[in-house]
Write a protein that binds this ligand. Structure first.
Ligand SMILES: NC(=O)C1=CN([C@@H]2O[C@H](COP(=O)(O)OP(=O)(O)OC[C@H]3O[C@@H](n4cnc5c(N)ncnc54)[C@H](OP(=O)(O)O)[C@@H]3O)[C@@H](O)[C@H]2O)C=CC1
Ligand SMILES: CC(C)=CCC[C@@H](C)[C@H]1CC=C2C3=C(CC[C@@]21C)[C@@]1(C)CC[C@H](O)C(C)(C)[C@@H]1CC3
Length: 665
C-alpha cells in the first residue's frame, strides 16, 4: 500500500510536447500531385506524381511520431503518402499497422521530451525487473502495490521510448494496461475470497504469460482483479476502447478486391449470367454444367410486367414493415466519425407479419405456384431493380462526404466503386438502405419462394404433403432466416455492415442472388424428388442442429463482446488487446478457429444439400459456392484485420492456427 500509483496522465501521455512544430503546411496544393476534380480518398490519390511531396509538411519516408487513434500515445511512424482531399497522411507503424492520420496527430521527434519525474521512475531497477519478467506477473497480487508495479511497468516502457526502444515492448505495456483495465470491470473479484479462489488460475496464467514471452496478455479477464491502479491509468483509454477505436481522424486505406478494376467488369457480367444459367439448368430434367449453352427461351419470356409489379409490391410491403415504429432501435458500431447509427431491428416482427399475410392470401385463393412458373421473370424483374438501385447508390455516393465512403469501395475507378459499393451507409432520412436490403426483401423472400416451391411440388406430384426432402430444406432454411432476423442486431457487427460499401455487389446479392439461387435446392426438388429414410433424416437433422449451434453461439459471442467487452458473462474469455483499443477474443469459440461462425454455416450448408441426393451437382451448387465465398471472405478479413491490428493480429493467428476447420484449414 506504500507506493502511489502514477496518475493516468503520467502513463497515458508518454511524451510531452516542447512547442508547436515550426513549419506550417501552405494552403496551396503541390502542382505535381494527382489532383482529382471530385472527392476521392482512395489509395490511388495517396501517390504523388513525383516521389517528393513539396509544400506538404511531412514528406514520404519521414520518420515522425504518430498518435495512436483514440489515445494520447505517440509512436514512431514512417510517412507513406498524403491524401489531398481528405488531408490525411498515410503512415505505417513499426508493427505494420497502416493508418491515415491528420496533421495535428503527427509530430516531429524534436517536439518530444520525456518528463523528468517519470524518467526517474523508469530508472527504478525493481520496476524494470517487474516489466522484463512478464506482464502476467502483475496479475499475481491484488494489492495496490502490485498495481503500482504494473502501472509503473507501463510508465517505464512508455517513457523509455527512444529510438532504440522496440515498439513491441511499448505495445506490450500498453496492452497490459488495457487488459488490466478490462478486468477492472469485475469489481467483485477484488476481494480476498476471489483472490484465493483464483490463485491456481493465476499461477496458470503466469505460466501462460511466460510462455507467450510477455508479448501480449493471454489472461482470463476475471483473474486480474488486483490491477486497480493500472485500471485507473487505463480508465481514460477504456472509454476509447468502448468507442471501438473509431477516431475521427484515422482511416485505413484498403487494397482492391475481386480482381481489381478488370475483375469488377467481369463480375458485373458474370454474376447475372450465372444466375440465368442456373435458372435455366434447374428447369431441365437433367441439369448439368455441360449443357452449355443451355436451351434459351424466346426473348419475350424474360419479361413480365406483372412479375415486376409483384416484386415492387413485395419490396414496398417490407419497407412499410421496416419503418413501423415497432421493435427495438439498436445502435450500430461506431463509425469513423465516432457517430453510432440507429437501426430499427424489427426483422422478426416483419417475417411474422409476412407469414400471416401470405397465409391470408393463400386462404383467399392466391396461387403461390405462380412463383415457380414465373421464376425467370421474377428474377429478371428483381435484377432490373437491383441495377436501378445500384445506379442510384453510386450517383448519390458522388455527393457523400469522404468520411461517409467505404474504405474498400473508394478506388476512384467508377466501375470498381459501382460494383463494390462507394458509400458505407446510404440512408434516406433514417431508412438504412443497406441494412434493409440485406435483411428484409431478399431474406424473407427466400422463405416465401421456398414455401411456394413446396406447394408446387405437391401440385405437380399430387401430394397431400411435401416430401421429407422438401420439408427438411424448407424448415432448415426457414430456421436460418428466422434466426438471422431474431438476432438481427448481430448483423451490425458483421463485415458487410461495418466495412463494405453498398453497391451493385450487395444490392444484387441481396435482391437477386439470395432469393433466386439460395432457393435452388427447393426448386430442384420440385422436379427431382429424392426419398429419404428416417435414419438418414435423423442424421441430416443432427448435422444441421450441430452446425446451427456452432454458428449461433460463435456469432452471439463475438457480437456480445464487440458490444460490451466488459460483459461479466464473457469474463472467462481470454483476450488479446490490440493497439486500436479493441481486443480480440482468443478463447471460447474464437479460440478454436479464426472463423467458427463460418464452420457452423458450412455444416448447415451441407445439411441443406444432403436431402437432394447425389444424382446431380446442381443442388450442391450452394455448398460449393459457399466454400468459395467464405474462404474468400476469410482471406479478405485476415488481410483487413492484419492491417487494423498489426502484430496483435499476428499473435492471434499464431495462437489460433486454423482458419475455419480445426486441424485442417
Ligand atoms: N449465408 C450467406 O450467404 C452468408 C452468411 N454469412 C454469415 O454471416 C456471419 C457474419 O460473417 P462475416 O461478416 O463474414 O464475418 P464475421 O462476423 O466473422 O466478422 C468478422 C469480423 O469479426 C471481428 N473479429 C475477427 N476475429 C475476432 C476475434 N478473435 N475476436 C473479436 N472479433 C473478431 C473483426 O471485426 P472487428 O475487429 O473490426 O470488430 C472481423 O472483421 C457469419 O456467420 C457468416 O457465416 C456471411 C456471408 C454470406
Ligand atoms: C456473389 C455475390 C453477389 C455475393 C454477395 C454476397 C451476399 C449474397 C451475402 C454477403 C453476406 C450476406 C449475409 C447474409 C445473406 C447473404 C449475404 C447478403 C445473411 C443475411 C444471411 C442470414 C444470416 O443469418 C446472416 C444474418 C448471418 C447473414 C449475414 C451475411
Amino acid at each position: 500500500m506504500s507506493s502511489n500509483p502514477p496518475t493516468a496522465n503520467e502513463i497515458a501521455v508518454p511524451f510531452e510536447m516542447n512547442a508547436e512544430p515550426a513549419n506550417r503546411r501552405p494552403s496551396r496544393l503541390p502542382a505535381d500531385w494527382n489532383i482529382s476534380s471530385r472527392p476521392r480518398t482512395g489509395i490511388s490519390r495517396l501517390i504523388p506524381r513525383s516521389m517528393r511531396m513539396p509544400s506538404v509538411k511531412y514528406q514520404r519516408g519521414d520518420k515522425v511520431m504518430g498518435r495512436w487513434p483514440g489515445s494520447s500515445l505517440y509512436y514512431e511512424v514512417k510517412v507513406q503518402g498524403f491524401d489531398i482531399t481528405s488531408q490525411l497522411y498515410t503512415v505505417i507503424y513499426k508493427d505494420g499497422t497502416e493508418l491515415e492520420l491528420k496533421e495535428p496527430d503527427i509530430k516531429n521527434f524534436s517536439g518530444f521530451q520525456t518528463r523528468s519525474r517519470s524518467r526517474s521512475r523508469s530508472r527504478s531497477p525493481g520496476r524494470r525487473r517487474s516489466r522484463s519478467r512478464s506482464p502476467g506477473r502483475t496479475t499475481r497480487r491484488s494489492s495496490s502495490r502490485t498495481a503500482a508495479v504494473a502501472a509503473a511497468a507501463v510508465t517505464e516502457s512508455l517513457l523509455s521510448s527512444n529510438k532504440d526502444t522496440k515498439l513491441e515492448d511499448r505495445l506490450g505495456a500498453l496492452q497490459q494496461t488495457m487488459a488490466a483495465e478490462n478486468n477492472s470491470n469485475n469489481k467483485h473479484e477484488e476481494n480476498d475470497m476471489a483472490n484465493k479462489v483464483n490463485e491456481k488460475a493465476e499461477a496458470e496464467m503466469e505460466a501462460e504469460s511466460e510462455r507467450n514471452q510477455g508479448r501480449y496478455n493471454l489472461r482470463r479477464r476475471k483473474d486480474d482483479g488486483g490491477a486497480k491502479a493500472a485500471a485507473i491509468v487505463a480508465e481514460q483509454q477504456e472509454k476509447e476502447v468502448i468507442k471501438e477505436a473509431a477516431p475521427p481522424a484515422a482511416t485505413l486505406a484498403t487494397p482492391l478486391d475481386f480482381g481489381g478494376k478488370i475483375g469488377a467488369y467481369l463480375w458485373l457480367l458474370f454474376l447475372p449470367s450465372w444466375v440465368l444459367f442456373l435458372v435455366f439448368q434447374v428447369n431441365l430434367e437433367d441439369p448439368s454444367l455441360l449443357n452449355f449453352p443451355p436451351p434459351l427461351p424466346p426473348l419475350e419470356a424474360f419479361w413480365d410486367v406483372k412479375a415486376l409489379g409483384f416484386v415492387i409490391l413485395w419490396i414496398l410491403f417490407q419497407a412499410l414493415l421496416y419503418v413501423l415504429p415497432v421493435g427495438k432501435l439498436s445502435e450500430g458500431m461506431p463509425l469513423r466519425s465516432g457517430e453510432r447509427l440507429k437501426y430499427r431491428t424489427n426483422g422478426f416482427f416483419a417475417i411474422m407479419v409476412s407469414a400471416v399475410a401470405v397465409a391470408v392470401a393463400v386462404h383467399q385463393g392466391v396461387d403461390l405456384t405462380y412463383i415457380h412458373s414465373h421464376f425467370l421473370q421474377l428474377a429478371v424483374a428483381s435484377f432490373m431493380i437491383s441495377v436501378l438501385l445500384s445506379v442510384y447508390l453510386y450517383a448519390r455516393s458522388r455527393y457523400a462526404a469522404p468520411e461517409q465512403l467505404a474504405q474498400g469501395g473508394n478506388s476512384g475507378n467508377v466501375v470498381y466503386d459501382f460494383f463494390k459499393g462507394h458509400e458505407l451507409n446510404p440512408r434516406i432520412k433514417d431508412f438504412d438502405l443497406k441494412f434493409f436490403c440485406e435483411m428484409r426483401p431478399g431474406l424473407i423472400g427466400w422463405c416465401l419462394i421456398n414455401f411456394a416451391l413446396a406447394l408446387a411440388e405437391m401440385k405437380l406430384h399430387h401430394l397431400d404433403a411435401p416430401s421429407y426432402s422438401m420439408i427438411l430444406v424448407n424448415v432448415f432454411q426457414l430456421l436460418y432466416v428466422v434466426d438471422g432476423l431474431w438476432n438481427e442486431e448481430a448483423i451490425l457487427t458483421t463485415m458487410d455492415l461495418m466495412h463494405d460499401g453498398f453497391g451493385f455487389m450487395l444490392a444484387f446479392g441481396d435482391l437477386v442472388w439470395v432469393p433466386f439461387t439460395y432457393t435452388l435446392q427447393a426448386y430442384y426438388l420440385v422436379s427431382h424428388p429424392n426419398s429419404l429414410s428416417l435414419p438418414v433424416v435423423g442424421a441430416i437433422v443432427t448435422l444441421k442442429l450441430l452446425g446451427f449451434y456452432i454458428f449461433r453461439k460463435s456469432n452471439s459471442e463475438k457480437n456480445a463482446f464487440r458490444r460490451d467487452p466488459s460483459d461479466p458473462q464473457l469474463s472467462h474469455l481470454k483476450t488479446i488487446p490490440t493497439a486500436t483499443g479493441k481486443s480480440l477474443l482468443v478463447s471460447g469459440w474464437w479460440g478454436v478457429v479464426r472463423h467458427p461462425n463460418y464452420l457452423g454455416d458450412l455444416m448447415m450448408a451441407l445439411a441443406w444439400s444432403l436431402p437432394c441426393g447425389f444424382s446431380h451437382l446442381l443442388p450442391w451448387y450452394y455448398m460449393i459456392y459457399f466454400i468459395i465465398l467464405l474462404v474468400h471472405r476469410d482471406s479478405r478479413d485476415m488481410r483487413d484485420c492484419r492491417r487494423k491490428y498489426g502484430s496483435a493480429w499476428d499473435e492471434y493467428c499464431r495462437t489460433v492456427r486454423y482458419r475455419i476447420i480445426p486441424r485442417v484449414y
